[in-house]
Every structure is written in C-alpha cells, then in structure tokens.
Design a protein around this ligand. Structure first.
Ligand SMILES: [Zn+2]
Length: 122
C-alpha cells in the first residue's frame, strides 16, 4: 500500500480522511486543555481582590463558549468522516447540493454549503 498517491489532482479520500483525523485529534486536545484549568483554579486565585473573581467568571464563560464551539466542530468532523463512508462527502447535509470545492479545501470537515452554514449562523 505504498503507491497510489500520484495522479489524483482533485480529491483524495485518504488525504481527506487523514486531514479529518488530524483535526479531530487537534480539537480533542484543545477541549482537554480548556477543561483542565478548573481543577487548579482554587489554589491560585486565593487571597486576591474580589474583582478578580469576576474576570475569572468571564474567563470561564468564554471558555465554555469556546468549548461549545470546539464540540460543534468535532461533531462536524465526525459527520464528515461518516459522509466519506456513506459516499455523500462534498454534498450539503441541509439542501443536498454540492459543496464548493474551494470550501472543502479550506474546511475539509464542512458538511453544509456556504448558504446553509451562513443561514444557520444568523
Ligand atoms: Zn446547503
């Protein structure tokens, strides 16, 4: 299984799968990092001014938001992997139309076309 990489100028499923796996690992690591600081928070913040508690809470909130974003991203990555198996990779999950190749190149885990992803964000 050493050869077979040449002569595929468009989309190489193995490449995409590798990119998705790498992304999933990366996102997973980031999620672990975000949830890690909670354990040691008690020791460090002791004896500081009351105002620091607020900024800590705000930090926690943005961490929770970031964590949520990563979680959704991971879901997309997993869904994209599933779509590779299904043979529906590159097709929008919402409207069924093809996802632009440039979008897939930038975001290999995109499971919706630009229009649908944009509509959901609003
Ligand atoms: Zn769509």
């Amino acid at each position: 299984m050493a050869d077979g990489t040449a002569g595929a100028p468009e989309m190489d499923v193995d490449d995409v799968r590798a990119a998705l796996e790498a992304k999933a690992a990366d996102v997973g690591a980031q999620m672990e990092e975000l949830s890690a600081p909670t354990a040691e928070a008690g020791g460090i913040s002791f004896g500081k001014r009351v105002g620091d508690g607020t900024s800590l809470a705000v930090e926690r909130l943005s961490q929770v938001a970031a964590y949520g974003r990563l979680q959704r991203l991971l879901e997309d990555v997993r869904r994209a992997e599933q779509k590779l198996d299904d043979g529906t990779y590159g097709t929008c999950d919402s409207c069924g139309r093809p996802i632009a190749p440039a979008r897939l190149e930038a975001l290999p885990w995109a499971v919706e076309c630009v229009e649908c992803a944009g509509a959901r964000r609003r």
